[in-house]
Structures are given as structure tokens and as C-alpha cells.
Design a protein around this ligand. Structure first.
Ligand code: GSY
Length: 166
């Protein structure tokens, strides 16, 4: 069985573009994981703790034979291998990989919620995701619809295409 999953990536410490590209290449190299689409890279104002550096964010589509739990563990293992730093909750981090959706799967466990419960409110997720999956349905509405409702002030693409990670 194979499914298409959506990932959200972000960071605001270090050489963020290079770090996110490295994370995508590491995921693509894993058994059962193939990156099939990547959004443009965006510069985004910080959400949550606003007194911190601006982020770079992107989304990627992964064709995977992994279960959602195994894919989440793969994302965490890439973060660990890259020695992810996260100093405080909602605060600065080198690389963050969120599992947003995995096919039609739904989860509500301690460790995994699918679709990601806050993705419909976060423009830093929705604008990149709209690049690669505008018609994907989340909680009864398309990604393009949720994006049109979101607070997009300050968010801008900093690459022309989705090939920045190669
Ligand atoms: O879970 C996402 C980490 N994060 C981000 C982010 O990736 N982008 C922006 N713009 N703000 C954020 N706040 C947090 S926490």
C-alpha cells in the first residue's frame, strides 16, 4: 500500500535553506519515502512566540509505503540526525518537520494527530501547501479555501520554483 503524505518544514536558526534542503534529501533517501513535490520556499513572520527571527517554511508531498506512525518516526529521526535544536516551545529551531496529512488517515493519539490540528490556521503552512496541493481537502474545505481565510501578512516566496532543495 502506498499513500501520499504532506509535510510542513520550517526553521529559523542557522543556514535554514540548506538545512531544509538537507532534511528533504535525507527523507527522499529513506526506504519507502519518495519526495514527489516541493513548494517554493517562503519567508514567514514568527507565529506563537513573535519575538524571534523570521522563519523559512516549505511543504513537501511524499509518496510513502510507511504507516503514518512510521513516517512520523522517520521525520523525527531526520530531525535527530540533523541535531535539531529547539530551545523553547513555540520558539526558535534549526529544523522542524511536521506530518500534516497522510492520505485520508485520521489519528487523535498522544503522539500523532491527523490531519495536523493547527494546519488550517497557519498561513506559513497553507501558502506553501497551496503551491503543491490547492485542492487537498482538510476538514471539509480545500487548502486554497483555508489559505484564503488565513493571515498572510508579511509572507513571501523567496524561490521561484520548488527545485531549491536539489
Ligand atoms: O511548528 C512550526 C514551528 N513554528 C513556526 C514556523 O515554522 N513558521 C513560523 N512562521 N512560525 C512558527 N512558529 C513555530 S512554533
Amino acid at each position: 500500500m502506498s499513500a501520499q503524505a504532506m509535510l510542513g518544514l520550517g526553521g529559523n536558526i542557522g543556514e535554514v535553506k540548506a538545512q531544509l534542503a538537507d532534511a528533504l534529501r535525507r527523507l527522499d533517501a529513506l526506504d519507502g519515502c519518495r519526495i514527489v513535490a516541493v513548494s517554493r520556499l517562503y519567508r514567514t513572520p514568527p507565529w506563537g512566540v513573535t519575538d524571534q527571527a523570521w522563519f523559512n517554511n516549505a511543504c513537501a508531498a511524499v509518496q510513502t509505503t510507511l504507516t503514518p506512525e512510521a513516517l512520523l518516526e522517520a521525520c523525527l529521526s531526520v530531525e535527530r540526525a540533523m541535531k535539531r535544536e529547539r530551545i523553547q516551545r513555540w520558539g526558535p529551531r534549526t529544523v522542524d518537520i511536521d506530518l500534516l496529512t497522510c492520505g485520508e488517515e485520521q489519528r487523535a493519539s498522544q503522539t500523532l494527530s491527523l490531519p495536523h490540528p493547527r494546519m488550517t490556521e497557519r498561513a506559513f503552512v497553507l501558502l506553501p501547501l497551496k503551491d503543491i496541493a490547492p485542492d487537498l481537502m482538510i476538514a471539509g474545505h480545500s487548502v486554497a479555501h483555508w489559505a484564503s481565510l488565513s493571515q498572510t501578512a508579511g509572507i513571501e516566496p523567496i524561490t521561484d520554483s520548488g527545485d531549491w532543495w536539489h
